[in-house]
Design a protein around this ligand. Structure first.
Ligand SMILES: Cc1cc2nc3c(=O)[nH]c(=O)nc-3n(C[C@H](O)[C@H](O)[C@H](O)COP(=O)(O)OP(=O)(O)OC[C@H]3O[C@@H](n4cnc5c(N)ncnc54)[C@H](O)[C@@H]3O)c2cc1C
Length: 504
């Protein structure tokens, strides 16, 4: 039984509509979807019965703009390297770009055992795997900035290499190189978008749940986990009803689970609870949802995302200055064009297109409106939002000037919108932050000290659709005490035709 608080299922993959437009909330691109041996693709095919199809974003998936200098991220490792070397010919002798790629793969090589260890029962960890994952944990202690500084002195190069930091929400001096490497390699074979939009993730997974005897409830908020004698026995719903179950899995996020869902009397059963609650959460974000009464083709909208850095190369300084004063220039502006990425967009919304623009904000800037009602938060809130919306639109018009005067409607979400719909305590964009210490927290795994209570979701692996999906596989492995990854790969290999051999 899946209990979803929101009335639209899918978590951050849900979509919403207004006046004949539809927008994604938390998916703009996913990597590694056309490589045969991609574990992510194999797991997606397994859980969706191959019904989820992906559209390739093409040769350029990310476009980085540092002040007015433009850099393209090209699909395919060799193409990407070649293009980067063309942009930075003076780095040839130092082999900076090769060294950077080698560093990414070093993280990748050690990642598997680190994540597999999370699914192992405690007694096995003690006897069979005391050193498992240590290599990864060692690398994860280094920040992205430390690794980049060890590779090059070229600030422009380092700014370009860390330009996807918005995908994990932390600037180079704060983020672990482990998350940077995971994201960079994830997209190295290009960007992909679910055909039909991000709601197709839920639409294609739901039949697997139902077919296997599961059920899905929406508008079904869990008030508390029912714990008796230190054993999870089910959940108490917001309306007081009790749903009993042998096993409870919380995918609501570590902070929500530990702060709100564990009954007070049982909190003492979790020795790391306070430590977990003190783990920093990611920033809040603004998302500007834009609708246009023209098609993506008519407006010449690109497929590639924009990563705009108006302040130059120092991402850390730009974030710090802006978070101290929101009137300062945005540290990063991300623009996504779902209508041009989704080949079926016009079937649902003929003659239209959509755009999404995202930037960072502090929850505190919006906190005073947190107890107001959605859509009725008052003129002051609306005016405050409008300032941000206009500033974001100007960035769009700078790079896509043909859109000036073409916008039909726009709506800005803030961290209190995110809190309202997705329940994150401070409307955080990506759950827990990805600083180096996070990767040393062994309790961020499926098992909890409470018998029959398990965790899943981005907080126990990493941010991203891929991270959330693989967390589900890990949690299933921990519950069944089977290597579910190996089972899924085995089934995929049996299914594969002879000329489509799979090597993961
Ligand atoms: C703006 C934005 C852009 C993003 N872009 C991308 C991208 O392009 N590519 C990518 O790979 N990733 C992207 N992500 C990240 C990705 O969406 C998330 O990492 C992932 O969806 C998290 O999945 P999850 O299942 O862990 O959590 P969620 O999707 O947040 O699901 C948790 C669910 O728990 C529900 N819940 C919480 N409390 C309760 C309760 N008490 N009772 C019942 N239900 C409850 C919530 O309503 C929510 O539906 C983006 C995220 C955001 C916010």
């Amino acid at each position: 039984m899946v209990c979803e608080k929101h009335t639209t299922p899918g978590g951050y993959t849900h979509v919403f509509t207004r006046n004949d437009y539809e927008w994604d909330v938390g998916l703009h691109y996913v990597g590694d979807m056309d490589r045969k041996g991609s574990l992510l693709r194999i797991v997606f095919e397994h859980i969706t019965d191959k019904n989820l199809k992906w559209a390739d974003m093409g040769e350029v998936y990310d476009r980085v703009i540092i002040q007015n200098r433009e850099y393209e991220y090209l699909k395919g490792l060799q193409n990407w390297k070649t293009r980067m070397k063309e942009y930075f010919p003076t780095e040839k002798d130092a082999r900076s770009i090769d060294k950077y790629v080698e560093a990414l793969f070093e993280v990748n090589r050690s990642a598997k055992s680190y994540y597999m260890k999370k699914a192992m029962p405690n007694f096995m960890l003690f006897f069979a795997a005391p050193f498992m994952g240590n290599a990864y944990a060692r690398i994860a202690k280094r920040t992205t900035k430390e690794v980049l500084d060890s590779i090059s002195d070229n600030d422009e190069l380092k700014a370009v290499l860390s330009a996807q930091f918005g995908d994990y929400g932390m600037p180079p001096s704060k983020s672990s190189f482990a998350i940077h490497a995971a994201v960079a390699l994830h997209y190295m074979n290009g960007g992909f978008y679910p055909i039909g939009g991000s709601e197709e993730i839920f639409n294609t997974i739901a039949p697997s749940i139902l077919k296997n005897g599961g059920n899905i409830l929406i508008g079904a908020g869990v008030k508390e986990i029912l714990i008796e004698d230190g054993v999870a026995k089910g959940v108490v719903m917001s309306d007081g009803k009790i749903i009993k179950s042998d096993i409870v899995v919380s995918g609501a996020g570590v902070h929500i689970t530990y702060k709100n869902l564990i009954p007070e009397a049982s909190k003492k059963l979790i020795p790391h609870l306070n430590d977990a609650l003190e783990l920093p959460a990611s920033y809040g974000h603004l998302s500007l949802y834009i609708g246009l009464k023209h098609t993506a083709e008519e407006l010449n909208l690109p497929k590639a995302n924009y990563w705009i850095y108006p302040n130059g190369t120092d991402h850390d300084k730009a974030i710090e200055e802006y978070l101290a004063d929101y009137t300062k220039e945005f540290p990063v502006v991300y623009i996504s064009f779902p209508a041009s990425k989704n080949p079926k967009f016009l079937e649902k919304y003929p003659g239209r297109s959509t755009i999404e623009i995202i930037t960072v904000v502090k929850y505190d800037w919006f906190k005073k409106w947190e107890d107001t009602r959605w859509k009725k938060r008052g003129d002051e809130y609306d005016a405050f939002k409008e300032l941000f919306a206009q500033r974001l639109l100007e960035h769009l018009f700078t790079y896509e000037p043909q859109l000036r005067g073409k916008i039909d409607l726009y709506e800005l979400s803030t961290p209190i919108t995110t809190k309202h719909f997705c329940n994150y305590l401070n409307g955080e964009i990506y759950g827990l932050d990805h600083h180096p210490e996070r990767f040393a927290k062994e309790y961020l795994k499926p098992q909890t000290p409470i018998k029959n209570l398990f965790l899943t979701g981005q907080d126990i692996v990493t941010v991203g659709i891929g991270g959330a999906l693989m967390s589900g596989v890990l949690t299933a492995s921990a519950i069944t005490k089977k290597d579910i990854t190996a089972e899924i790969i085995k089934i995929a290999k049996q299914d594969a035709t002879n000329n489509e051999q799979i090597t993961v």
